[in-house]
Write a protein that binds this ligand. Structure first.
Ligand code: PYC
Length: 406
C-alpha cells in the first residue's frame, strides 16, 4: 500500500481562469506547444503565455507516437536539428526534475537490398560529418545486437546490413508531456485544456487575438500554431495556407513479455519498426495509411500487415498477442521537413508539418520557436525550414531518412 489516493497526488499543473490577453498564445498542448511555452518562460523570461488545447494535453501526436528518438537523418540541416533534440532529451530529466525514462539503447535501420545499403552509407557519412554517431554494420554484428532477428540468407528479404545509431532509443512519451507542462506551469504559463480555437483575428496584416469555443476572445500579438493533424485548419484561420496533407499513422502494442529486445529495429523494406518498452510490451509501427484522412481508428489491414512483417523479422514471436492499436495524424510536407518560423501574417508563427518525425523534435522545436518569437527572427538551427522555401525551391529532402517508406 503506498497510502496515496488519487486525491492526494501532487498537481502537475494548475488550472486558471482565462486572462483577457496574453503576450503569446500557443495553439496545441502537445510536446511542441508545451516545450515552446516552457522555453519562452525559462530561456527568455516571457511568462504571460497561454497554451490552448482542445482536448487534454498530449492527446494528439504526443500520445500516439512510438516514442522513438534518433538523429540519423539524411540532410546536414536535418541531422543538426534532430541531434540538438537528442541532446536536449539526454538532459531533460535533470532540466525538468521529472523522470522521462530515456533509454539510449541504439537504433538499427535494416538494409535488405543494395539500394538501401547505399542510402545507409550516405546517411552514415552525413551523420559523421555532423558529429553524430552512426555506422553501417554487417549481418553478423546485427545478429549479435538482436539475437532473435532472423538474419539467415534464406528469408524473403535477407538482412544485408544495417545503419547502427547508438544514441537512438525510446523514451516515456507521456512523461515528456507532463514534464514540460509542469515546468511551464512552474514558470507561470497558463495551460487551458478543453479549449478549442475557433477563430484567429487578423487586422492590418497582424494577429490581434484568438477566439475559443467557450466564447472567449483573447487578445494577443503572437499566435503560434503548434498543432498536428489540424495544422492546416488553424493556419487557414489566419489566412495562411500550408502545403500539408494529413495521413493517419497506425501503431500497436503486444502483451508484455520478459525483456529480450534492447535496440530499436526498423525495416524500411518491410515497412515496420519494433521496440520493447520498459514494461515488456512490444511496440509496432508501420507506414502511414495510403490515403489522406483525419481518422484515428485502427484497421484490421494494418494489424495483419504489421504482424506478418514482424514475423518475417522475428518468427519466434508468432504466439504473442496484440493488446491494442491506435492511430495518430501526420501532416506530410512535400520534402518531409517541417515548416517552422514566421509567416506573411505578422505575429502568426508556425511549428507544423512534422510528418512522422514530430515527437522526436519536440525539445529542439520548443527551444528554437521560443528563440524565434523572443528575438523576432528564426535562429540558425531552423533557418532552412521556413515556409518560403517552397516558393523559392529550397527544399530539404528528408524522405530518405523516414523510418519506413511512406
Ligand atoms: O522517424 O523514427 C521515425 C519514426 C518512427 C515512427 C514514426 N517515425
Amino acid at each position: 500500500q503506498h497510502g496515496l489516493s488519487g486525491a492526494d497526488w501532487p498537481v502537475t499543473f494548475r488550472s486558471h481562469p482565462k486572462r483577457d490577453s496574453y503576450d503569446v498564445v500557443i495553439v496545441g498542448g502537445g510536446v511542441h506547444g508545451l516545450a515552446t511555452a516552457y522555453y519562452l518562460a525559462a530561456n527568455h523570461g516571457i511568462r504571460n503565455v497561454a497554451v490552448l488545447e482542445k482536448s487534454y494535453i498530449g492527446s494528439g501526436g504526443s500520445g500516439r507516437n512510438t516514442a522513438i528518438l534518433r538523429s540519423n537523418y539524411l540532410t546536414p540541416e536535418g541531422v543538426r536539428f534532430y541531434d540538438r533534440s537528442v541532446k536536449l532529451y539526454e538532459h531533460l530529466a535533470a532540466e525538468l526534475n521529472f523522470n522521462v525514462m530515456f533509454s539510449q539503447r541504439g537504433h538499427l535501420t535494416l538494409a535488405h537490398n543494395d539500394a538501401s545499403l547505399r542510402t545507409m552509407r550516405w546517411r552514415t557519412e552525413v551523420n559523421k560529418l555532423q558529429g553524430v554517431d552512426s555506422e553501417v554494420i554487417g549481418p553478423d554484428e546485427v545478429k549479435k545486437l538482436v539475437p532473435y532477428l532472423d538474419t539467415s540468407s534464406t528469408t524473403r528479404y535477407p538482412v544485408l546490413g544495417a545503419l547502427y545509431h547508438p544514441p537512438g532509443g525510446i523514451i516515456r512519451h507521456d512523461a515528456v508531456v507532463w514534464g514540460y507542462a509542469r515546468g511551464a506551469d512552474a514558470h507561470g504559463v497558463h495551460i487551458h485544456q478543453k479549449t478549442e480555437v475557433v477563430g484567429i483575428d487578423v487586422e492590418g496584416g497582424r494577429v490581434t487575438g484568438v477566439r475559443t469555443d467557450d466564447g472567449h476572445r483573447i487578445a494577443t500579438p503572437v499566435v503560434v500554431n503548434c498543432t498536428a493533424g489540424w495544422s492546416t485548419l488553424i493556419s487557414d484561420m489566419a489566412g495562411v495556407s500550408m502545403p500539408v496533407q494529413t495521413f493517419p499513422l497506425q501503431a500497436a502494442v503486444t502483451e508484455p513479455v520478459k525483456p529480450f529486445l534492447d535496440t530499436v529495429i526498423v525495416s524500411g523494406t518491410l515497412h515496420v519498426y519494433v521496440s520493447q518498452t520498459d514494461r515488456g510490451e512490444l511496440v509496432f509501427g508501420a507506414s502511414v495509411d495510403p490515403f489522406a484522412s483525419y481518422s484515428t481508428r485502427g484497421s484490421l489491414e494494418f494489424a495483419e500487415g504489421v504482424a506478418g512483417h514482424v514475423l518475417e523479422l522475428m518468427p519466434a514471436l508468432s504466439k504473442m498477442r496484440l493488446l491494442r492499436q491506435w492511430a495518430g495524424l501526420c501532416d506530410m510536407t512535400p520534402d518531409y521537413s517541417p515548416i517552422m518560423g514566421p509567416t506573411p501574417v505578422g505575429g502568426f508563427y508556425v511549428d507544423v508539418g512534422w510528418g512522422t518525425y514530430g515527437f522526436k523534435a519536440g525539445p529542439v522545436s520548443g527551444e528554437a520557436m521560443a528563440d524565434c518569437i523572443a528575438n523576432e527572427r528564426p535562429p540558425e538551427i531552423i533557418s532552412a525550414f521556413g515556409l518560403d522555401r517552397f516558393e523559392a525551391g529550397r527544399l530539404v529532402g528528408e524522405k530518405g531518412a523516414a523510418a519506413v517508406g511512406h
